[in-house]
Design a protein around this ligand. Structure first.
Ligand SMILES: Nc1nc2c(ncn2[C@@H]2O[C@H](COP(=O)(O)OP(=O)(O)O)[C@@H](O)[C@H]2O)c(=O)[nH]1
Ligand SMILES: [Mg+2]
Ligand SMILES: [Zn+2]
Length: 297
């Protein structure tokens, strides 16, 4: 008999499925290739202590990255994306811009958390770098997870009743955040995936963590932020997914203006007037160049 479940972890060939009663088990794809990703609702069929994925239910969305040759999924059915960075290691604006553009293109809202407020003056410097992102409408929340008395309630309100995909460089404090938010009882359930991970399946993977007992709030920890390819996006639509450039589109001399080398470009005029941040425009031109390259395959 088929049973419904949620994919809470994925290890390439096999996945962990959580049933409505909270039970978790390893499931294998029906065919040769595993198509299910973390966040997918599936129907599965029990076979001894493991199971087989019979079908994947229709998705609300699928968030992924794509480089020259490969498409890699982060997660499905997510409500928002949390860019999780810190005063140290220093973050790359190019990297966060890639993730923000991909989110914007999919219509998924994004917010930014900056951790390690205790590390000064790096934290203040990082905050200054983020001021352009605040101005274009992204919520930027300051965290200090090392401080055991740091009040997380504002952050908790922002993630409450949502499934949030956490993306950030390694070392920014993602695991620290998850450990702090998960009550011990829930951490035990999650430890099934941890145990699997520490055993023979050592590859980094994507994991779904319930934050509250009522199973309404989830954080999804996913590797891959460092190599965030956006080759799946249309080059001509790039400026449209950048909220600080978007308002200037459509008023250039040429209707198909790339905003890179054409005369009478409204975006370049706005840049000259100081209305567009120079660093952001530079990132735009670099991404435009990258996406304009012929594909390798
Ligand atoms: N100074 C400082 N260190 C922190 C803070 N939050 C986390 N860390 C440390 O940063 C390191 C990396 O954290 P971790 O959660 O493993 O990062 P992840 O790679 O993103 O999962 C650990 O040594 C944490 O103790 C903070 O607010 N301040
Ligand atoms: Mg970690
Ligand atoms: Zn233009």
């Amino acid at each position: 008999m088929n049973v419904n479940g949620l994919i809470v972890a994925s290890y390439g060939r096999h996945v962990i499925v959580e049933s409505l009663d909270g039970q978790r088990r390893i499931c294998h794809p029906r065919g040769k290739k595993n198509q299910a990703v973390v966040g997918d609702q599936v129907s599965w069929l029990a076979s001894e202590d493991e199971g087989t994925i019979e079908s994947i239910h229709p998705r609300k969305n699928l968030f992924y990255r794509q480089d020259d040759i490969r498409t890699k999924s982060f997660a499905a059915n997510i409500d928002q994306i949390l860019i999780f960075i810190a005063a140290k290691p220093e973050f790359s604006e190019m990297q966060i811009t890639r993730a923000l553009i991909a989110a914007q293109a999919q219509g998924i809202q994004a917010l930014i958390a900056l951790n390690k407020k205790d590390i000064q003056p790096e934290f203040e410097y990082a905050l200054q770098k983020l001021s352009a992102y605040k101005k274009m409408g992204y919520r930027v929340i300051e965290l200090s997870l090392k401080d055991p008395y740091f009040d997380l309630s504002e952050f908790q309100n922002l993630i409450s009743h949502q499934s949030t995909l956490v993306l950030g460089p390694s070392g920014s404090g993602k695991s620290t955040l998850i450990n702090r938010l998960i009550p011990s009882a829930l951490a035990a359930t999650n430890s099934i995936s941890e145990a699997l991970q520490s055993g023979k399946h050592t590859t980094t993977n994507t994991t779904w963590y319930w934050i509250e007992q009522n199973q309404k709030t989830a954080l999804i920890d996913s590797p891959g932020f460092q190599e965030f390819g956006i080759h799946h996006l249309e080059t001509s639509a790039l400026a449209q997914w950048m909220p600080d450039l978007q308002p200037y589109i459509g008023l250039c001399k040429f209707s198909n203006c790339s905003h890179v080398h054409e005369p009478d470009c409204n975006i370049k005029t706005a840049l000259a007037r100081g209305e567009i941040d120079a660093q952001r425009y530079k990132i735009y031109t670099q991404l435009f160049e990258e996406l304009s390259q012929p594909r390798q395959f």
